[in-house]
Design a protein around this ligand. Sequence first.
Ligand SMILES: [Cu+2]
Length: 569
Amino acid sequence: MKQIVLIALLSVICLAKEPPGNTCNRPSPGSVVPEPEDLRGHDGVLKVDLTIRNTEVNGTTRYCYVDANGNQSPTLRLNPGDLLILHLKNDLTATDPTAPHAMHMPAGKSSNPCLSGAMTATSTNLHFHGLTIPAVCHQDDVVKTSVSPRDAPFEYRFRIPADEPPGLYWYHPHIHGFSKVQVLGGASGALIVEGVERANKEVAGLPERVLIIRDQDLLNPNAPASKSEPVVPRLLLDRDGDAANNGTGFGKPAKDLSINFVPVPYPDYPPAAIVMKPGERQLWRVLNASAITYLNLEVLFNRKPQPLGLVALDGVPLDQNGKSADLVSWQTHLGVPPGARVEFIVQGPPAGVQGLLVTRSVDTGPGGENDPNRAIATITASADAPEPRSTLAVSPTPIPAPTSAWLGDVVPVRTRKLYFSEKLTDPNNPNSATEFYITVDGKTPAVFDPRSSLPDIVAQQGTVEDWIIENRSNELHAFHIHQLHFLLLDYLGKPVNEPFLRDTVNVPYYKDNMLVYPSVRLRMDFRDPNVVGTFPYHCHLLEHEDGGMMGVIRVEAPLGAKARQTPSF
Ligand SMILES: [Cu+2]
């Protein structure tokens, strides 16, 4: 009886409205899914002032980007060729000086944000995930760039490349050791390169919705699982203190989810609300901005999965090989690792039928977190539903065909093998911290060292390479590289024939009885001149990235373009 009262009380607490004007305010569970504010430029220039703030609420820290009008996480909308001028003000305050990995900058050290490299709880920067822009300061460098609260607003200034594929990209902080806490707290937003309807006329004229699914600390960490769930045999914590994968698809998740900041808390997952005109087709542009949670999205009508028409993945329209014009890939579920994006056509339910956006459970392996089945949002049909704010052009000019050869047809100059692995800092103590590695085969595994100036890999601009990424750990990882997209060639040793590119991909986990390590083979595209520079590749589970699962590649200008060559690693 006591327990029932307690649960009722907890739901009242987590449903209570927040006072307006608070830093990083969030909607109540069950709210209508709000649309992020759209920021569009004029005459090819978008100027944005963003401030990053944080605040402590019930023992967890929220982070938010706020624009000059007080909008949280606005969507930056740019056309290919547009200039973005973004001033980032750091208003972060220290909330937990004892946080792990806290590497405070020595007092008095001069702070040039371009050279700082400071990785502290109150430093921040921006990564523009997916864009093929230079990895240099004021554009998309995250290795050295670090903005402190003492700094004046820091200017990001770059042009969206004229040939950047139209689609959904995103911005988030990338300070090694602190990426997880800032992103988990809500520091993320969408960036749209306009013109997806120019690449695929199937979406011309459709209303579009940006849906950002984030994870956050559990609102009700001590609540027992909902009575409507099957009894779950075990609840274990993994070495990071999150609920471990129990292999049932149910039970306590490692993190709660939110959709456009409407929380959907464990244990009852009260869904957020989406209202559509009956039977209306819309383009849903979904970003998994979670720090550690995998998604496998489904739309159900009367418990039956509905077809979802995938048109773009990781910001890139599907028809990239020049042979599959206006390709729509109809799927009943879409797996989305942390960092990835899916853009798909969804048809709203007919009048009188309620739909449900859910994530199916994702098997993250015996060492992974628990990502159970759960509801995210109801989809209600209503004739007077307001239209989404933005509608794609009805008669767009088709986008020019790519000028470079299809990546799948280019001969790679070499093949490299890298592997994910993990180790306890004290092999005799199962409760000791885990070190996370991504290692070039043949080298000794080591956690990412931000002080090292030696790249792990050197490649030449103008070439393509094949990379085999193995997983030698017993949990799922999500491989991501900055500045470029790659083609998935093989998955688990079997060729796949994808006519599109990705910037984030799952690498399945290893189990003790397997004869070979699970792997993916990727064709890495270093042809674009913008990829010259030094930038990271890492696991996009930010807990793993912060824990060392990151490496750095230096892409050099083509041979002959330089007087002195650096030996290849
Ligand atoms: Cu990982």
